[in-house]
Design a protein around this ligand. Structure first.
Ligand SMILES: Cc1cc2nc3c(=O)[nH]c(=O)nc-3n(C[C@H](O)[C@H](O)[C@H](O)COP(=O)(O)OP(=O)(O)OC[C@H]3O[C@@H](n4cnc5c(N)ncnc54)[C@H](O)[C@@H]3O)c2cc1C
Length: 418
């Protein structure tokens, strides 16, 4: 028998984006129903929650209530970057997402533990079908992840070149208070180990169209685990593989975010930093944006403008920097700078905590370096720039070096969809 319910806001997906939007909207008095059959569940993820992300949810999830590892340092090659205790926590996503969903329930949101299998939007509203019935709403929020149904039905699925694939293992029975990041040239990026309270989340990431299968990436991760002994003493290795949106700057500027009765949040909207792969913070920020925009005369336009200001502008800068960031010459320079300069280590600590924006990263780094490193940095940037983007070379103006890219290009707001 079909079960017909009248809802104000329906949210598909109870990850950080959906649960936090449900929490915020329910507190504002909206009638909110969130659909997700998966809880309690682990989600393939490092589980790194930056200080800025924890600050957003601090009132709803007291830090003492969340089982998490406080990270005290980050190891890059043979350099150790000390972190203050507010910089980064690592939590199991089963624990973190459950805490957010509990907060949404306490705020008054209803949770339907069913998968949404079809969506219909017309001028009269939204109809969502699950295996057990049809539900109606006035506004639909798609927070259902990178391959979500809402994006596929109301906008367009991400193309393969807009996704990266993250593959690795949970190493159970071992933990630490240090994250480990090891840069690799092929695929360009890094292998990581993030310690959760009772296991390590270890992984590697590559563009989905980059020519690497999950099996090959997993093999590289295994080889790294064995070579570095990072998981010494583990009891089991549990494999995982999951897509992460990794949009180019141009794709981010044109990404579909919303229409007259719907919007997309978090991974479903493509809001993940293409360098650090931090997505939880942007999921939470996009949830706040829809909570603030839903009462506006044109929620889609208002939401789009807010997401552009709070997420896309920063992600566009990261996307422009990404190719150069992972160039071997730049990585070598970065590792040397981390070894030699306390100032660079401080910048890296702020980057990890989400306190250092890309907007001012390059200039802060250049200001921090001593003369020798600064000259090397300028030369390396110039070489990488020439190799990668011959038309965007560094130009010299009298008395100073000017970089005519990365953070100088205007970002135009993405459009609200039809
Ligand atoms: C290996 C890996 C490592 C990462 N490491 C980090 C990290 O350390 N720090 C960080 O900040 N980010 C990290 N990320 C990114 C982060 O995991 C995501 O950005 C984040 O989970 C996005 O949250 P979300 O709520 O948008 O989507 P999700 O967390 O993906 O939640 C989507 C939810 O929607 C539900 N759903 C899907 N379809 C339906 C449907 N049809 N009906 C009902 N429910 C549905 C799913 O069950 C799921 O619960 C990592 C990602 C990966 C893959």
């Amino acid at each position: 028998m079909l079960d017909e319910l009248k809802l104000d806001v329906a949210i598909v997906g109870a990850g950080p984006a959906g649960a936090w939007a449900a929490h915020a909207l329910a507190r504002q008095g909206a009638r909110v129903t969130i659909f997700d059959p998966s809880h309690p569940r682990e989600k393939p993820c490092g589980g790194g929650v930056t200080g800025r992300a924890l600050a957003i949810v601090a009132d709803a999830i007291p830090s003492t209530a969340l089982d998490r590892s406080t990270i005290r340092s980050a190891r890059f090659g043979d350099s150790i970057v000390p972190l203050d205790t507010d910089a980064l926590s690592v939590a199991s996503r089963a624990a973190f997402d459950a805490a957010l969903l509990d907060a949404a329930r306490r705020a008054g949101a209803s949770v339907v533990a069913e998968r949404v299998i079809e969506i219909h939007v017309d001028a009269s509203g939204i109809a969502l079908r699950t295996a057990r019935g049809v539900h109606h709403a006035r506004f639909l929020i798609g927070a259902d992840g990178a391959n979500g149904l809402v994006r596929r039905r109301l906008a367009r699925a991400f193309r393969r070149d807009q996704l990266s694939i993250a593959t690795g293992f949970y190493a159970t029975g071992v933990t630490s208070d240090e994250i480990v990041v090891d840069f690799v040239a092929d695929p360009p990026g890094y292998v990581w180990s993030f310690p959760r309270p009772d296991h390590l989340a270890i992984g590697i990431c590559a563009q989905a169209d980059g020519g690497f299968t999950s099996g090959e990436l997993r093999g590289r991760t295994l080889e790294w685990i064995s070579r570095t002994q990072v998981a010494r003493g583990h009891t089991r290795l549990e494999p995982y593989s999951w897509p992460i949106p990794s949009l180019s700057a141009a794709d981010l500027e044109a990404v579909d975010l919303a229409g007259p009765r719907w919007c997309l949040l978090g991974d479903a909207a493509g809001l993940v930093d293409p360098i650090t792969r931090e997505g939880i913070y942007f999921a939470l920020r996009s949830a706040e944006s829809i909570a603030a925009a839903l009462g506006a005369a044109d929620p889609a336009r208002e939401f789009t403008a807010r997401v552009f200001d709070t997420a896309i502008a920063e992600l566009v800068r990261a996307a422009r920097l990404k190719d150069r960031f992972f160039q071997p010459a730049f990585v070598r320079l970065l590792l040397r700078a981390l070894r030699q300069s306390a100032g660079v280590r401080a910048v890296m600590a702020d980057l990890i905590a989400g306190r250092q924006e890309y907007r001012s990263l390059k200039w802060r780094l250049l200001k921090t370096l001593e003369v020798g490193l600064a000259i090397d940095a300028a030369v390396t940037l110039k070489r990488v720039q020439r190799e990668k983007y011959p038309s965007r070379a560094l130009t010299r103006t009298p008395g100073r070096l000017t970089v005519t890219s990365i953070d100088r290009q205007p970002c135009s707001p993405p459009r609200a969809g039809a």
